[in-house]
Write a protein that binds this ligand. Structure first.
Ligand code: YNC
Ligand code: MG
Length: 405
């Protein structure tokens, strides 16, 4: 098994397990840029490599079409992620993005896009070391070209393109088990429009319950409760960057964010195109005009496959948050739990106002402190986190990492 992955610089199952002592962390294979091939690996006859220019709306649309028809589905093929064009730009074009890292395969004759893979730069801290790494995502092969060993070729090509830029480590996530997860999270879901989620087969009706009980259970308050809560603005970027950086420092693994990245990931939206909003961020400003907390979520719809009444589920994904309450010299866990519950509960009010059907979150960061209280329930989906070319001790809970895929 794992014919391809056995050839790659990733840990194998069963390795490092004869000792409970933590081991020294670091790269598995050391290379330099001049050892890297200047040419892509060969493709089977009839196909050719292409770099996709996402600034060109026509090419962005081609990527959107491929993903819309062929990207990640649930096990029962009822739902498929439906990334909007604006979320694709947001996810693939953060500060430092490279056109070369948006790589596709076209049919040589028709020029139709049939496969894709993307990477973005990320400064990734693992315990006390910061890696100049990439994050690989949006690996997708047209359904008619599956099981032909094209995925390993795409992975080798994105590796080469990262290596050519001096990047030799990567992080990626997936629902499938590969050698070898550094951490595993579970998806949690908080119904907002329970009736619709029930109609499409996403939410079950528990035995002994009735639809009206479920609808009542998931009712959301009309108004938020945290004093000083307001939409994040440009003037908040420095304060939010400082707060986020201090908050993330308590986790074993987290991306590091400079001010440009904070602006991109939390304040991406264009005022003139509210319908394209991808991320919502709210800050708490105290009486002295200090930013003491923030919470954010992003929008990712899923297509409902073959349903007579509904074609889309509008899902909000809990994204980054931070609070000064979690940063006191002696941590008051009850106070932190109360504060995070208040922030997430208020973000749920906004999710409802913006007509989201469901609020999703992962079992990472401090989410264990509020998931149950906020009526998030565990889903079937797991998300495994992987590092490429870096040996690291397992990370228990509290991985930062965007709640995605
Ligand atoms: C996967 N998701 O195990 P072995 S997540 C990694 N991630 O290899 P074939 C995967 N590897 O087991 P198919 C993978 N899925 O023999 C499969 N594989 O060693 C491995 N689905 O290739 C698999 N998107 O071409 C096996 O398979 C080999 O035709 C089989 O294509 C797979 O974006 C896929 O779920 C997933 O479009 C493309 O099923 C296709 O089935 C598809 O015969 C729907 O491939 C969409 C979907 C995946 C979402 C994601 C993260 C990708 C990470 C890739 C690894 C990056 C490594 C770091 C590189 C940069 C390094 C630097 C620096
Ligand atoms: Mg294939």
């Amino acid at each position: 098994a794992y014919k391809f992955w056995a050839t790659q610089p990733v840990p194998k199952f069963g390795e490092e397990q004869n000792s409970n002592e933590p081991f020294e962390e670091g790269p598995i294979k050391i290379q330099t840029v001049d050892e890297i091939s200047k040419n892509p690996p060969p493709l089977i006859d009839g196909f050719e490599w292409a770099t996709l220019d996402l600034l060109d709306d026509a090419q962005l649309k081609e990527v959107w079409e491929l993903l819309n028809g062929h990207y990640v589905e649930d096990d029962e093929a009822m739902f498929r992620f439906n990334y909007s064009a604006s979320i694709l730009k947001w996810a693939m074009m953060p500060p430092g993005w490279k056109k070369e890292w948006h790589r596709g395969v076209r049919a040589s004759q028709s020029k139709k896009l049939v496969a894709f893979i993307a990477a973005i730069p990320v400064e990734l801290r693992i315990r006390d070391k910061v890696l100049h790494a990439s994050e690989v995502n949006f690996l997708c092969i047209h359904k008619k070209l599956r099981s032909k060993r094209l995925a390993p070729v795409l992975i080798k090509e994105i590796t080469r393109l990262c290596n050519l830029e001096g990047v030799f480590q990567a992080i990626y996530t997936g629902g499938i088990v590969l050698p070898k997860p550094i951490s595993t999270c579970r998806y949690y879901h908080r119904a907002i429009n329970w009736q619709k989620l029930y109609d499409v087969g996403f939410s079950p009706l528990p035995a002994n319950s009735k639809p009206q009980f479920q609808i009542r259970k998931y009712a959301v308050p009309e108004r938020t409760s945290t004093r000083g809560l307001r939409e994040m603005q440009k003037k908040d970027i420095a304060a939010v960057q400082s707060l986020l950086t201090r908050y993330l420092s308590k986790y074993d693994m987290a991306a590091t964010f400079d001010k440009h990245e904070v602006e991109h990931w939390l304040l991406h939206n264009k005022k003139d195109a509210p319908e394209d909003q991808v991320v919502w961020t709210y800050v708490v400003e105290d009486d002295h005009k200090n930013i003491t907390d923030f919470v954010s979520f992003y929008c990712l719809e899923s297509s409902v496959i073959n349903h007579p009444k509904h074609s889309n589920i509008k899902a909000a994904y809990l994204f980054y948050y931070a609070t000064e309450v979690g940063l006191t010299a002696t941590l008051d866990k009850d106070a932190l739990k109360a504060r995070l519950n208040a922030l997430v509960s208020d973000s749920l009010v906004y999710c409802k106002q913006y007509k989201f059907d469901v609020y999703n979150a992962l079992s990472l960061m401090d989410n264990g402190l509020f998931l149950e209280d906020q009526k998030f329930g565990p889903g079937d989906g797991q998300l495994h986190y992987y590092l490429f070319n870096y040996r690291a001790n397992p990370i228990a809970g509290g991985v930062d990492k965007r709640n995605r895929l």
